[in-house]
Design a protein around this ligand. Structure first.
Ligand code: SAH
Ligand code: SF4
Length: 360
């Protein structure tokens, strides 16, 4: 059990760090762990005393060594477009954010009763990659989130919104941090999120977005978890990409695309390529043409993201006209391409606008 929450100074263990199997090894017979999981993940109960079908002795044992309170909600902000931003506080005085996005039906591409919500999760407090356009990167790196701190974002959001346990949700690791730089905890979190006795979020509904740590993409692919992958490409030549996404200096475009060719994807899905469009930087049709060439042979979908401005950034948001031209060029050549609608701009919850901050 060591190493689950390496930054924890207190001796209490975060119960959301634990897989069902691990809890079952602590509390025999195994059905007890299922009962606890049911309370935590189906009823969102975070008070051991309320777990009424759990014996008094077991509740006492749970209270002695486990905590359900390692993560608390500090602040909730509601956007005019229906999205909500959550600021969470950690046991060691840091904060991180997650966003609940309400997708329009045609966006989610699903029936109204299913998966109309997406939760954008953080995987780290801050980020060491330091992309030129990203506010999270500007703030530097504080620490990795533990698996339990990642999972707690979903539990808090489901509870706060009164979501039924079986409600279909999509998860995107597109909040603060580089998920593949926190590999072990993110993989553990995916396992806990997808547990059939817990939150039951199928891996194909979970998308990892990465700046392109090639060996970690390879490692993730070998685990064959069934998750979706999104590469933050953003530029079509190494000179520009190295300026925008410093990770490119370690693993260049060719190296990343080479490992992506072997990444296992669900036959119904596509690899996602994210491309932030920045005015006069990468919004020209020559870039669109080169993008088409680079992605030749991939079952790909390109997601164009309009650069979201923030204080201190010298980049500008592109005109919608140039974005549409870029999109239409790719579509006309048979490459699936969508434009990401920016959600939560009014509450600084849009892509690249999340950072550690205080509750006031
Ligand atoms: N670190 C991972 C995942 C978190 S960032 C990654 O980079 O992929 C999630 C997405 O937000 C990425 O596609 C990122 O490029 C995008 N993003 C960051 N800053 C942005 C900004 N200012 N405007 C628009 N999108 C931004
Ligand atoms: Fe980190 Fe992603 Fe922001 Fe780059 S875009 S600094 S990798 S969070």
């Amino acid at each position: 059990m060591r190493g689950l929450n390496p930054t924890s100074k207190n001796t209490m263990r975060n119960i959301y760090d634990y897989t069902l199997d691990e809890l079952a090894r602590e509390f025999r017979p195994a059905y007890r762990a299922k009962q606890i999981y049911g309370w935590l993940y189906h009823r969102y109960i975070d008070d051991f005393d309320l777990m009424s079908n759990v014996s008094k002795e077991l509740r006492a044992a749970l209270k002695e060594s486990f905590s359900t309170q390692c993560v608390t909600i500090l602040k909730i902000e509601q956007s005019v477009d229906g999205s909500k931003k959550y600021l969470f506080g950690t046991h060691d005085g840091h904060s991180y954010e997650a966003v609940l996005l309400q997708m329009r039906e045609e966006q989610s591409g699903e029936k109204a009763s299913e998966a109309r919500y997406t939760i954008c999760l953080s995987s780290q407090i801050g980020c060491r990659v330091g992309c030129a356009f990203c506010l999270t990167g500007k703030g530097g790196f504080v620490r990795n989130l533990s698996a339990g701190e990642i999972v707690a974002q979903v539990v808090h959001i489901k509870r706060d919104n009164g979501f039924a346990p079986q409600k279909g949700l999509n998860i995107v690791f597109m909040g603060m941090g580089e998920p593949l730089d926190n590999f072990e905890n993110v993989v553990r979190a995916i396992g806990i999120l997808s547990s059939k006795d817990g939150l039951s979020i199928a891996p194909r509904r979970q998308t990892i977005s990465t700046s392109g740590i090639a060996p970690r993409i390879e490692q993730l692919g070998k685990l064959n978890l069934g998750v979706q992958l999104a590469l933050s490409l953003h530029a079509v030549n190494d000179v520009l990409r190295s300026k925008l996404v410093p990770m490119n200096r370690s693993y260049n475009i060719r190296e990343v695309l080479d490992v992506l060719r072997h990444f296992p994807i669900d036959s119904r899905k596509r690899l996602l390529f994210e491309y932030i469009i920045i005015k006069d930087v990468n919004d020209d049709l020559a870039s669109a043409k080169e993008l088409l060439r680079l992605l030749n042979g991939f079952k790909a979908k390109v997601n164009l993201i309009l650069f979201n401005p923030h204080e201190g950034s010298s980049f500008a948001r592109p005109s919608m006209e140039s974005v549409r031209k870029f999109q239409e060029f790719l579509l006309s050549r048979g490459l699936l391409c969508t434009v990401r609608e920016s959600k939560g701009l009014d509450i600084s919850a849009a892509c690249g606008q999340l950072r550690e901050k205080s509750a006031c």
